[in-house]
Design a protein around this ligand. Sequence first.
Ligand code: UD1
Ligand code: CA
Length: 452
Amino acid sequence: MPAPLSVIVLAAGKGTRMRSDLPKVLHAVCGRPLLRWILHAVAELHPDHVVAVLGHGREQVEVELTKWNALAQRGSAAAFSGLPAVSSVVQEPQLGTAHAVRQAEPALPRGAGRVLVLYGDTPMLTAETLRALLDAQPAEGCSFLTCEMLDPTGMGRVLRDAHGAFRGVIEHKDATPEQRAVQEINAGVYVFDAPRLWECLAAVRAENAQKEYYLTDVLGLFLARGYPIRPVLCAGGEREVQGVNSLRELAIAREELQERILTRHLANGVRITAPETAYIDADVEIGRGTVIHPCVVIQHDVKVGENCSVGPFAHLRPGTTLAEGVDVGNFVEVNRTQMAAGSKAKHLTYLGDAIIGEKANIGAGTVTANYDGKSKFTTRIGARAFIGSGAILVAPATVGDGAKLGAQAALVHKEIPAGEVWVGVPARPLAARGARPSGAAPADAGTDGRHA
Ligand code: UD1
Ligand code: CA
């Protein structure tokens, strides 16, 4: 049995360089807030306890944690199984990284164990790297992640002696020019023996250029007290440990994370014909045999079945499910909508809050008007129903199985019974307008001046 694992996520900082009122860790990349990326990586370690240290914008971050904990509780849903609950503590004021970790101590169990410390703003850090760091932790000691950086400006530098043995971490602002020339940096990810961490934290003083309590001083104290320390070079390189401090860095992180998402789908047998144009969030499932044509946006919490065709230029929004063999074509937006197997919406269409039956055909230019300015309503379109081009369905509205709605019709808050044909504005049964009822013999031509 490995010692119990606690995780502390530092997320109290202000994120000034984001130039945004939104707390930094709530900025989303590929459909997930930064904080959630790191929590997903942490989840793969199956930790016993996870605590987030909050400060700036903590009310908003707490709302996000409440959502996370709701997902964690729903653990039975396959996609979210094994997510740990996350508690939070407040660090006010923010007096440095060591001070932040100290705030978490009362929220964690006493006694033997391991404590993993990381930041809420490093979305590219992988569970694989964290596992390597856990494995490298010496008994009753500490391991921490390092990385060679082309431009290490601003980072803590890893100091080593002539034999390469670890001698400490010096912050950029406290470093001499010689120390600043060092390119190996402290990534800010640590695994500590718990009792020794708490013991050393209590001894950290804010005697430095920034008058802050540095967590890196705990490494110095481990060294001074003869507790083992192991620096671990990040196998994923500079990219992986990169924190997000600005919107530009957020955009760079997006590129990397998008590539990882696309690589996973391609490996699963999803044909993405032009990956450089694909915009697919995390938390999207796509079945094998499906083709994603160029310039498609698929947001989080979307499921696409096997052998579907999506795009070019399609937008699938959260809460949408496409069953097997669904075809969503050019300039089609599908929002909180279920499309059953074999249904098609191939051109210029908006489907919002809709439930579409098997093999239904949605004609070009169809719009479901799901919103009256206050509330959203559902449109139901039955199996094998046929919606003519340019139809508008003002919800709540229903088209029964096998029913037809004529081109340019407006179905306003009505239900078309199964098999009937309705046309016009507002739509009415075709038979009632003097035309041929479905299945009957042809009526005399031109009774109402129209051609049926
Ligand atoms: C810290 C390390 C530095 C390392 C760098 C890697 C210290 C003293 N220095 O730099 O060696 O190279 O990370 O990125 O630890 N935070 C709090 N409360 C605080 C201060 C920070 O929660 O009082 C959080 C921030 O929200 C952020 C993280 O800790 O997520 C790191 O803070 P930041 O100020 O970016 O790091 P530095 O201290 O500059
Ligand atoms: Ca930082």
